[in-house]
Design a binder for this molecule. Sequence first.
Ligand code: ZN
Length: 299
Amino acid sequence: MAKSARGGQNTKRLLPGKLFWLAIAATSCVVFALLHFIFGSISADTLTATTGINKTVEVTTLIASSIQMNFDVPASYQAKTIKYAPVPAGEKVIALTFDDGPWPETTESILATLKKEQIKATFYMVGQPLKSFPEIGKKVLADGHVIANHTLHHWYHKMTPLVAQREIEDTQQIIREVLNVETAYFRPPGGVLTNGLVAYAQKQGQSVNMWSVDSNDSHPKRPSPEAMLKTILANATPGGIVLMHDGGGNHGNTAKAVPQIIAKLREQGYKFVTVPELLEISSAGAEKVAKATDLPVGS
Ligand SMILES: [Zn+2]
C-alpha cells in the first residue's frame, strides 16, 4: 500500500513537470512554425528591397544562371572565321569584345561602365578563371552580355586533335556548369589559327571571331588609356570588332579607357552591338542584297 501510495505520489509529483516540458515543446513548435511562415514567405523582391544593392546582384545572377541561354550563330556565319562583318550602308555598328576573364576588379569595373552606358558586349572567357571566379562570370551573364569560349588554358602551341577538342569542350563544360550557357562563339588565344583549335571549332560549326581593331592592351608595356583610345579611333569601321582584355593580368588601363572609348565612338555615330547581333545585321543585309540582285529581269 505504502509503496503503491508512494508510487502514486511520485506520479502526481512528476506530472506537473512533464506537463511543463510538454508545454515548452508545444510553444516552441508554434513559435518555430510562425517564424518559418513569416520569413519563409519572403520573396526575392522583398529580399532585394530590404538588403540593398549587393543582394540585388546576387538575386539577379541567381535568376540569370537558372535560365539556359543559347548563343547560336546565323547560318551564313557557321564554321566561318571572321575579322569583321560587312554591314549595310547606314548601319554604323561596332562590337566591343573582352578576353581572358572573368577577372577580379577589372571585369566588374568594365561591367559597371557598360551598364551605365547601356551597352552589351561579348566576353571571351577562359575556362580556368571562370572556374576560379564563377560569381564574376555570373554577373557578366546577368548583365545581358554574350558569353564566348576562349579555351581552357589559353595555349598557343600546336595541339593534337584530341587536346584541341578538350581545350574547347572542357571550357564549354565549365561555361555550362557555372552559367547554364551553350555558346557557339569561339576566339583562339593569341589569334593563332593553325594550332588545331580553329580546325576543331569550325568542324563543330562554331563562329570563329578574330578582330579588326586591336587595342594593344595585352602588350607587356600596357598602353595608356589615351593611347588605347587613339589606336581604336584610328582603326574603327562599321561592322568592326574591337579587341580588349578584362582578364589575364592587370588591365586597369583598359577599364579606365572604356568610358572614353564609348564616348568618342558615340560622338562619331557608332552604335554598340554584340558579336551575334553584328552577324545578324550582316546576314540580314546580305539577304537584302541577294534579293535585290535576284530580281527577275524586267520586274
Ligand atoms: Zn586571350
